[in-house]
Every structure is written in structure tokens, then in C-alpha cells.
Design a protein around this ligand. Structure first.
Ligand code: SF4
Length: 357
């Protein structure tokens, strides 16, 4: 019997025999599928695309900070605010856990604000789905830290942009450097002293004009036991839609001269808190309609939408490089961040740049 973050055993049932068999063979089957996925991408197939590698679930689009590089923090993310319904979350996980390697539990909000976040982590864990959260760590008190550790989270990104209070507090508006720092150190201590194997701890700083002079110092200072990786996250312009955000980057990255179809449309699926589907997180206001995983009859259909007419049409527009009217792909440069190979696909980050460092 699985448990949830509140100690309530009612959210999960014991796995059936067939579910246990599926879980035991999942990794191998998905590995064998990788060349088929790559072939679908490489040949520009728009339909009957194998299931995505990664899932991005927006538990909420509400945040407690006003960070300067974030469309939510800048009040540019204008969608109705809310929290994902737990039953909807369970349906998504039930359908997608057999296929995806991992899911995030955040897109455009602070996941610690979701009242059932620990239940979500525990449910994904029980279904054999690795879950990840990126948090500003301002709400990571001792009780929440212990609940995260007990619920079975796969990876956590603890975001601390800067080595100095003045840098951090200019970027993470409404946060307190000393408090966040203390929260992060306590989380790492609790994980270590409790002997927890997971979550994989990423200590993150975003590379931008304001932080670039502090990155070497940051990397040296946070090489600590319990920090599994220091993630210097390349600046994301969120498809270049907001000039005030673009101005924060400092130095622009070069992009390939010839545009190729965006791999995200063959490898990732993004679901917002209300069930609506996004091409990727850069479409934070859903300028491009891909429908809702909840059909008119109330049934949740994730994979059907993955290969539904709207996704097929968007893939076709990418394959034919007919993107003039496709917002925000038409202003995006982040499509160039990665390209899959037959046995390797990267997540939603600038892998080329990281590998080159
Ligand atoms: S082209 Fe840019 S905005 Fe469009 S799906 Fe790819 S990464 Fe997202």
C-alpha cells in the first residue's frame, strides 16, 4: 500500500500483477523505443509518433515571488490562476507513467504552494514515475523538507541566483537571501542525516548579466556534501516575447543558420494546471491552442492528444518551416538548444552549451 505526504493511504491502491510486470519491463521497453522516436522526428513524421520522453505538469501557475526573469513574476503570464485537481493529476500519471522517464511537478508557479504537493510526489513515486520539482526554496521549512524527503521525490532544483544578498534580492524580488540560504542548507542536512538516497539535489543559478560575475564563486562555494550537481542554467528568454526579459541575458548565444523542427514536439508534453496542453513552457499564455487533455465527455486523454489533429498540424508547420503565424515559435531561438540522436534525448535545456563548457 502506497502512502501519500499526509500519511493518508487512500490515494493509492496496491499494484496488480500486470502492473508489477509492466513496471519491471518498462525501462527496457522504453529504451527500445528510442530509435523509433528519433526516426519519427528525423523523418518529419507528424502522426503515430511514439509517446513522449518527458512530461511537464503544472501543479499551479501561482507564485509567491516576483522574479525579474520570469513571466509569472513579471505579471506577464495572464492565464487564470489555479491549482491542478488531484484526480486530474492521478489520471495523467496513470496514463503516462508507463511511457515517460520523468515528470516535473512545476511549470509556471511555485510547486510548494500546491496544497497536495506531497500527495502528488508520493503518487508518482508509487506509480514508478520519477518526479522533479524546481523551487525557489523560500517556503522550504523543516516540515515541508521532511515531507518531500519521505514522499519519494526523484530530483529537486533549489534555486539561489547569486552569491550576495543584493544580487539575489534584485533578481528574486520578495525573497530574503539569508532565509533561502538557510532553508537550502537545512534541506541538504536533513537529507544527509536521514540517509535518504533521493532526491538528486541540484543547486541552481541562472546565468544572466547580474549573476555572471558570481558564478565561479557560487560553484566553488556550493561544492558541498549533499549537493549532487551545481546547475548553471543557461538564460532562457522564453521565446524572446518580453523585451525586458531579453535585456537581462547579457550575451546572446549563437543559433544554427538553418532552422530545424523543434524536438520538443516529438519528445515532451506540457500540461497546464487546468488540463490545457502547451507546445512547451515558452507558450506561457497559450497563444497556440492545442486543446485540453480533458475531453468534452470528461475523460482524460493524454496520448490521444499527443497524436491528435492539433499536434499533427503543429508538427507539420515545423517540418515545413512555416512558422510565421505560429506564436511563440516565430520569435523563439530556444528550439536550437538540443537535437536528439537515436539513443539520446536531452531535456528542456541548452545541452549544447553545457556540454561545450
Ligand atoms: S520552437 Fe520554441 S516556443 Fe516553439 S515549441 Fe520549440 S522551444 Fe517551444
Amino acid at each position: 500500500m502506497g502512502i501519500n505526504g499526509n500519511g493518508d493511504t487512500s490515494v493509492t491502491a496496491p499494484p496488480t500483477f500486470m502492473e508489477r510486470v509492466e513496471l519491471a519491463t518498462r525501462w527496457r521497453r522504453n529504451r527500445l523505443l528510442r530509435p523509433a522516436k528519433w526516426l519519427a522526428y528525423e523523418t518529419g513524421r507528424t502522426r503515430l509518433v511514439p509517446p513522449p520522453d518527458r512530461l511537464y505538469i503544472e501543479s499551479t501557475n501561482i507564485c509567491n515571488l516576483s522574479c525579474i526573469m520570469c513571466p509569472t513574476g513579471r505579471k506577464e503570464q495572464l492565464r487564470k490562476k489555479g491549482y491542478m485537481d488531484f484526480e486530474l493529476f492521478k489520471s495523467i500519471v496513470d496514463q503516462m507513467a508507463p511511457w515517460v522517464q520523468a515528470t516535473t511537478l512545476h511549470i509556471w508557479g511555485e510547486p510548494m504552494l500546491h496544497p497536495r504537493m506531497f500527495d502528488m510526489i508520493a503518487y508518482a513515486h508509487q506509480r514508478g514515475l520519477r518526479s522533479e520539482i524546481s523551487t525557489n526554496a523560500t517556503l522550504l521549512n523543516e516540515e515541508r523538507s521532511r515531507k518531500i524527503l519521505d514522499a519519494g521525490l526523484g530530483a529537486i532544483y533549489l534555486c539561489l541566483d547569486g552569491m550576495r544578498p543584493e544580487t539575489y534580492e534584485q533578481i528574486r524580488v520578495n525573497a530574503d537571501y539569508e532565509q533561502t540560504n538557510a532553508n537550502i542548507r537545512r534541506f541538504i542536512d536533513l537529507k544527509q542525516s536521514g540517509g535518504y538516497r533521493d532526491p538528486f539535489v541540484n543547486l541552481q543559478i541562472i546565468e544572466m548579466e547580474k549573476t555572471v560575475g558570481e558564478i565561479d564563486e557560487f560553484v566553488a562555494a556550493w561544492k558541498l556534501p549533499g549537493v549532487d550537481r551545481i546547475n548553471v542554467k543557461p538564460f532562457d528568454s522564453w521565446a524572446g516575447q518580453i523585451s525586458d526579459i531579453n535585456a537581462l541575458e547579457g550575451q546572446e548565444d549563437p543559433i544554427p543558420a538553418k532552422r530545424y523542427a523543434c524536438p520538443n514536439l516529438w519528445y515532451h508534453t506540457h500540461i497546464y494546471w487546468d488540463g490545457r496542453i502547451a507546445m512547451c513552457d515558452r507558450d506561457f499564455n497559450l497563444a497556440y491552442d492545442l486543446g485540453n487533455i480533458r475531453s468534452a465527455d470528461g475523460i482524460v486523454r493524454v496520448l490521444e492528444n499527443w497524436n491528435g489533429p492539433k499536434m499533427q498540424e503543429l508538427r507539420r508547420l515545423h517540418v515545413q518551416n512555416d512558422l510565421e503565424n505560429v506564436t511563440p515559435c516565430n520569435t523563439c531561438t530556444e528550439w536550437a538548444w538540443w537535437k536528439p540522436t537515436p539513443f539520446k534525448s536531452h531535456g528542456n535545456y541548452n545541452a549544447t552549451k553545457l556540454e561545450g563548457e
